[in-house]
Design a protein around this ligand. Structure first.
Ligand SMILES: Nc1nc2c(ncn2[C@@H]2O[C@H](COP(=O)(O)OP(=O)(O)OP(=O)(O)O)[C@@H](O)[C@H]2O)c(=O)[nH]1
Length: 348
């Protein structure tokens, strides 16, 4: 039986997450600018375009930048080739694919940085740099891995799979002795407002947005849509389905039954099943894909589409952030009232 998949994913609510520590972190980064020789901008190889914060352009300005597409172990090798060609066509230079578990990819960046500065005689003996990127793209992990490769030393900064773990700029970490290269870790900073809802959803799929901001069922539905679109149907055998499907409700009920995520009366726990489905994906058990389009012609179309969403002014951003805060407050209040109501009815 051939399945007809959706030709587009309907999603209109832009996911925006810009807690206070990001604004503070950004202000802190600005104070470091005078002493910085170069930036390492980290992006997620699975969402190479949706993990770009356009705000960094202004910040980095004319300073030297090395762009790193991290978590490259989580995209198929052929995607790396296609993406590489597309980036070159877009005129991007100085970009690297890294994986914190691949010594070779880390060594390539270190060599490139060392070569750049050995050719630059005007630089002081201590080369200072700063890592920037959206949340959870692997900035801290990359610093630890570079330090290990460059100096044979252990972990220096905290890492974890929760976005927003790094809350402020760290002390500098030495990642190379000759020449001496030092790097500051910084908090992951999102754009305060992402105009294109699908871009924000793609970034959310990387795990870069706190999971309270978006429900797991929507995220799973989007993942299922993207897997089918990429003809990656490894989930069919993994979850013992008969054929590929496009109905997330059906899939989650099936997963809930298979994994025993059932409430009394056999009611499937969809959120538990959704988390299980996402986890299987992150663990590499149902194959990897790129969430963004990476073929040059598609990227050009996406860039034009993004332009339609436009950009927002500073004032609009402020207004949106106030609205977000208000919404979070109202949701918290609603949850508190609901808890009180449940407590009361339980006591009765
Ligand atoms: N598979 C894979 N996982 C990675 C890689 N780099 C980082 N991670 C994982 O991604 C998660 C986030 O890593 P961090 O280094 O804490 O990310 P960050 O960008 O510093 O996060 P923020 O604190 O939000 O700014 C951790 O669970 C890491 O183990 C990589 O190259 N490959």
């Amino acid at each position: 039986m051939s399945v007809k998949f959706r030709s587009a994913f309907e999603f209109t609510k832009s996911i925006n997450w810009f807690p206070g520590h990001m604004a503070k972190g950004l202000a802190q980064i600005k104070t470091f600018l005078p002493k910085i020789d170069f930036f390492i901008e980290v992006r997620d190889a699975r969402a190479p375009f949706s993990s770009i914060n356009p705000g960094f352009e202004k910040l980095i300005d004319k300073k030297k930048r090395f762009i790193v597409y991290n978590k490259a172990d989580m995209i198929p090798p052929e995607s790396k080739i296609v993406l590489s060609e597309t980036l070159s066509k877009l005129g991007e230079k100085n970009f690297f694919f890294t994986s914190i578990n691949s010594h070779q990819t880390l060594d390539t960046i270190l060599t490139s940085i060392r070569e750049h500065y050995s050719a630059d005689s005007g630089i002081s003996s201590k080369i200072m740099s700063l890592v920037v990127g959206m949340p959870n793209v692997g900035k801290s992990s990359l610093i630890n891995a570079l330090r290990n490769v460059g100096t044979n030393k252990g972990k220096a900064v905290k890492t974890g799979d929760t976005p927003g773990l790094t809350r402020s700029v760290s002390n500098y970490v030495i990642i190379s002795k000759t020449p001496q290269i030092c790097i500051y870790d910084t908090p992951g900073v999102m754009a305060p407002y992402i105009p294109n809802p699908l871009s924000s959803l793609k970034f959310a799929l990387t795990g870069g947005i706190k999971d309270k901001v978006l429900d797991n069922e929507t995220l799973s539905d989007f993942l299922l849509y993207l897997l089918n679109k990429s003809n990656n149907t490894e989930y069919v055998s993994k979850f013992q389905l008969e054929s590929p499907i496009d109905d997330i409700n059906y899939l989650l009920c099936h997963v809930a039954r298979k994994s025993g995520a059932l409430l009394k009366g056999g009611i499937p726990q969809l959120d538990v099943a959704a988390r299980f489905f996402l986890r299987q994906y992150y663990m590499g058990n149902i194959g990897y894909i790129c969430f963004d389009n990476i073929e040059y012609s598609d990227v050009i179309l996406d860039l034009a589409e993004n332009e339609k969403f436009g950009t927002v002014s500073k004032n609009q951003t402020k207004k949106l952030m106030t609205q977000q805060k208000k919404q979070i407050y109202l949701e918290k209040r609603k949850a508190k009232l609901e808890r009180k109501r449940l407590d009361k009815s339980f006591k009765k």
